[in-house]
Design a protein around this ligand. Structure first.
Ligand code: SF4
Length: 479
């Protein structure tokens, strides 16, 4: 009876989570046949694996063996996570939610409607309010070309499933032949009502730092090894390409000068920061100047719609590369060491993306710059060989001190305050790691909890401070 009780509850939880028997087996170090036997009531897992499963599904161990159905509320939390390939993406700026997401949606829609002679795209919410500044309409027309496209900015509809909603229509001979709704979730990720979103299945069986850390400690592995174990060795090549792209955006940004596009008249400053050495400059001032130069370089490339890496978004793309490039220049870390650091930072970004948000229009700038700072802190912690507790603490500090940060880019352009914010967050990541390396014994709040708080705070932030051009700095007149 106990075995049967366990089997039915376990099977229901696993199917709901979307994790395959194979992936779960790999994670627990058993065969997928063994997992299948647990589900069909032919065997029970070991006590150790039962408590691991309870953690994975976020339920009390007792649940498997008590008569109560259904499982407690907590299991509504997401269980698995997608590949880091869906977090770190190479693409053109300036906004992952306002340009990369709509671009991807239009590509999918165009492929599925080769017979269309006209498209119509309606933008709602934040996409309608800041779409012109971000270049959303331009990207949509370019992607759907040569077929003509009408782009409508509907700023009046407020009842929306998400602040970044768009509706795509395909027309032929005056008849509407297809229509679908799309949500641009941030970081270039989309959800399309009608078609495959190309995001792939969850490949990580868990989505809490606590469970990942327990696994790493039990297996005596570092975070990057965990990533490689789950994603396979190919992830190293992918992250190496990501690192090459990050370095290129820094180098190109440092070599560039002039005025950023968009009409605000913002001068590019990365090159100035690089070259403007103070007389008697202290080591600390130099560090500040160089890290900021690198962050400006990437952010300015992003503002110019050049190729960058979402880390986790376009608007926050300067933070992670800036701190890692600085450390490589200063201490000579190898590319592979940096790639391992990117893997560790990616885990933190993935946890935030899964359990909270990486979208400024959904949860404010804390979700973009705060997430980037947490990723950079974890990446630095990995690079410095800190233990898991300290890495977690560094990421937690980084998020905690960005809680409530508003998203209010002037004229909807990802320039003011976004570019400086990348530089400040890069410096803050360095501070967070220093603090964590001294103080981790005193930690009272877990990374998982602060991610939850970030989500709650983000949902509570008033709408005008979430990429709508209606409040905060966005209301200022610029000279
Ligand atoms: S203010 Fe922050 S969240 Fe908003 S566009 Fe700028 S970087 Fe992104």
């Amino acid at each position: 009876m106990i075995v049967k009780d366990f089997a039915s509850k376990f099977a229901a939880l696993r199917k709901k989570s979307g994790i395959t028997q194979k992936k779960l087996g790999e994670y627990l170090g058993v065969s997928n046949r063994a997992v299948s036997k647990w589900e069909t009531g032919l065997a029970l897992p070991s006590t150790e694996n039962i408590s691991k499963l309870a953690k994975i599904f976020d339920i009390p161990v007792d649940y498997f063996f008590t008569a109560s159905e259904p499982a407690p509320e907590k299991k509504q939390q997401p269980v698995g996570m997608k590949s880091l390939r869906a977090l770190y993406r190479m693409g053109r700026g300036p906004s992952s939610s306002h340009t990369m997401g709509p671009e991807k949606a239009c590509m999918i829609f165009k492929q599925n409607n080769p017979g269309a002679d006209r498209f119509k795209v309606t933008l709602y919410g934040s996409l309608a309010k800041t779409g012109v500044g971000h270049g959303t309409d331009r990207v949509i027309r370019e992607t759907l070309a040569p077929t003509p496209c009408d782009v409508i900015f509907n700023i009046h509809q407020v009842e929306l499933p998400h602040p970044n909603t768009l509706e795509l229509e395909a027309w032929s001979g005056g008849q509407r032949i297809d229509q679908t709704r799309v949500i641009s979730l941030g970081g270039g990720r989309i959800q399309i009502d009608k078609y495959e979103d190309g995001e792939g299945a969850d490949i990580y069986p868990v989505s809490s730092f606590e469970t990942i850390a327990e696994y790493c400690l039990a297996e005596n592995i570092r975070l990057w090894e965990y990533v490689e174990r789950i994603e396979g060795e190919g992830i190293t090549d992918y992250l190496s390409e990501i690192w090459r792209c990050m370095k290129k955006s820094i180098k190109d940004g440092l070599a560039s000068d002039g005025i950023l596009p968009g009409g605000l008249g913002v001068q590019k400053k990365a090159k100035q920061l690089l070259n403007r050495q103070h007389i008697d400059e202290s080591a600390e001032t130099r560090e500040n100047r160089m890290v900021c130069a690198y962050a400006f370089a990437v952010s300015e490339q992003n503002a110019c719609a050049e190729r960058i890496v979402t880390a986790p978004t376009c608007g926050a793309s300067g933070v992670v590369p800036a701190v890692l490039y600085y450390q490589q220049q200063k201490r000579g870390y190898t590319d592979i060491e940096i790639v391992h650091a990117l893997a560790a930072g990616g885990i933190v970004g993935n946890l935030i993306k899964t359990n909270a948000s990486i979208s400024g229009s959904e949860c404010g700038c804390q979700a973009e710059i705060g997430s980037a700072c947490a990723m950079a802190s974890a990446a630095l912690g990995e690079l410095f060989g800190l233990d898991l507790d300290k890495i977690e603490y560094a990421a937690e500090i980084a998020i905690e001190h960005h809680l409530g940060l508003t998203c209010d880019p002037i004229c909807g352009l990802v320039q003011i305050p976004c570019i400086e914010r990348n530089a400040v967050a890069a410096m803050r990541a360095i501070n967070a790691v220093s603090l964590a390396s001294f103080l981790s014994d005193s930690r009272k709040i877990s990374l998982d909890k602060v991610i939850q708080v970030m989500k709650e705070t983000g949902l509570d932030i008033s709408r005008q401070y979430k990429e709508t051009s209606e409040g905060g700095l966005a209301k200022l007149k610029v000279k």
